[in-house]
Design a protein around this ligand. Structure first.
Ligand code: HEM
Length: 129
């Protein structure tokens, strides 16, 4: 079954109109944790503070366990409409970011040892040839 679609505005309005409901967005998914508030190991306050908002970063900052992520499924009530989804790249570390971090200056490239070899060979043959 397709999930219910919400706009971000609807989520913030939901919070404004139903003060006792705690709904927020994590990674483009909408959660209603109203019934989970008292069970949340991190306390109800942190959840209520992000009600109506996108809590993806706050959720990530805590480094929630896989168990927590499993538990979340229970509170999912829908998704953000396709046009308003955001895809964060913070956890996609690619090799592109790491390669060529060092400058390819003369001494770190292949040219330096090769040139050194030629100079030493010439010097040797000049001195002892
Ligand atoms: C449906 C959403 C959420 C679920 C199911 C959930 C579940 C959990 C669980 C099971 C823990 C215990 C530690 C762990 O297993 O990682 C935890 C800890 C915690 N959570 Fe959440 N959480 C949710 C959302 C959030 C959000 C949005 C925030 C912040 C705004 C938050 C802040 C915290 C904090 C501060 C702790 C305590 C960490 C500690 O004491 O070490 N949680 N949560």
């Amino acid at each position: 079954m397709a999930s219910k679609q919400f706009t971000r505005e609807e989520i913030s309005k939901w919070k404004a109109e139903n003060k006792n409901d705690t709904v927020f967005i994590i990674d483009n998914v909408v959660y209603d944790v109203t019934k989970f508030l008292d069970e949340h190991p991190g306390g109800h306050e942190v959840l209520q503070n992000v009600a109506g908002k996108d809590a993806s970063e706050d959720f990530d900052d805590v480094g929630h366990s896989l168990d927590a992520k499993d538990l979340m499924q229970k509170y999912k009530v829908g998704e953000i409409v396709e046009s308003e989804r955001v895809y964060s790249q913070k956890r996609q570390i690619s090799w592109e970011d790491h390669k060529q971090e060092h400058d390819s200056s003369f001494t770190s490239s292949w040219k330096f040892p090769v040139l050194l070899g030629i100079v030493v060979t010439l010097l040797y043959s000049y001195l002892f040839g």
